[in-house]
Design a protein around this ligand. Structure first.
Ligand SMILES: Nc1ncnc2c1ncn2[C@@H]1O[C@H](COP(=O)(O)OP(=O)(O)OP(=O)(O)O)[C@@H](O)[C@H]1O
Length: 270
């Protein structure tokens, strides 16, 4: 479990990125932090692996204050996926995935062979393993980023807008892939996005943030959709969502779900 206890971050220039944020991320769950640009999502994420140190409050992992942990060991024990992949440009795909395990003492051969397995696992053709990152599409690079984050078999994955830079179809594929990996692996995942649909699709729980990481609402996607806590959440989860509000029509003895524009979107099973 990851716990934020009254966490605050004031940067040296006086800007307050996070003000008194408290939240618990249960183990083996995906929690999606969603909010507009600049609301403090990345700052929150980076506090877990100590890339940002809070100026107040504490972050605990399984009851232990992260400040008591060695930052390098901590970072190596937590998977981190960034929007642009964050891959090392001068190393091949397979070596990008194998590097951290090798730093941890795994032999080159073993690390490379595990890396190829992981690349397959995230849906990447193993033939691409000897390419360099620049020779891959954006979506393929993100898959490598996920494989690399998983290479040390961490309990925690931090994902910062990992699918933000790819087209909607590839994005959807990557989301599916993550959901299927998570069904097998059961990691504790903290996922940052500004896209409400993505947050609702991936999060077991969603935290809607406003400026300075104030929690506007948290809960399951269904509970937030069913009863937005206030006008901010209502506006944030999308004016267009009202247009998408579904209704049931009876057609040929079956219940068909129809959206706000009258487009049938599916059949309701009895
Ligand atoms: N090193 C820094 N020094 C000063 N201010 C910073 C620093 N890093 C972030 N901030 C400020 O803190 C606030 C939160 O930034 P953060 O990157 O956490 O937001 P975000 O929600 O992740 O935004 P985005 O979605 O645009 O990445 C912003 O106002 C930002 O300008």
């Amino acid at each position: 479990m990851i716990e934020y206890e009254g966490v605050t971050k004031t940067f040296p220039d006086g800007s307050i990125a996070v003000s008194s944020f408290s939240f618990q991320i249960p183990s083996h769950q995906v929690v999606a932090l969603v909010g507009s640009s600049g609301c403090g999502k990345t700052t929150l994420l980076r506090m877990v692996n100590r890339m940002v140190e809070p100026t107040g409050g504490r972050v605990l992992i399984d009851g232990r204050d992260v400040r008591e942990m060695d930052p390098v060991a901590l970072r190596r024990s937590i998977g981190y996926v960034l929007q642009n992949g964050g891959l090392l440009p001068h190393r091949t795909v397979v070596d990008n995935v194998a590097t951290v395990p090798m730093l941890q003492g795994v032999s080159r051969r073993e690390a490379r062979s595990a890396a190829v397995g992981l690349l397959e696992r995230v849906g990447l053709d193993p033939q691409l393993a000897t390419r360099f990152p620049a020779q891959l599409s954006g979506g393929q690079q993100q898959r490598v980023g996920v494989a690399r984050a998983l290479a040390t078999d961490p309990n925690i994955l931090l994902m910062d807008e990992p699918f933000g830079a790819v087209d909607p179809i590839v994005r959807r594929d990557l989301q599916d892939e993550l959901l299927s990996l998570q069904a097998d692996l059961g990691k504790t995942i903290l996922f940052v996005t500004h896209d409400v649909d993505e947050a609702f699709r991936l999060g077991d729980e969603v935290v809607v943030l406003r400026e300075r990481a104030a929690i506007a609402q948290s809960g399951t996607p269904a509970s937030i959709l069913a009863s937005p806590a206030n006008d901010f959440v209502r506006a944030f989860i999308g004016a267009d969502r009202a247009a998408r509000a579904l209704r049931i029509e009876h057609v040929d003895g079956r219940d068909v779900a129809v959206d706000g524009q009258g487009t049938p979107v599916g059949v309701i099973e009895p």
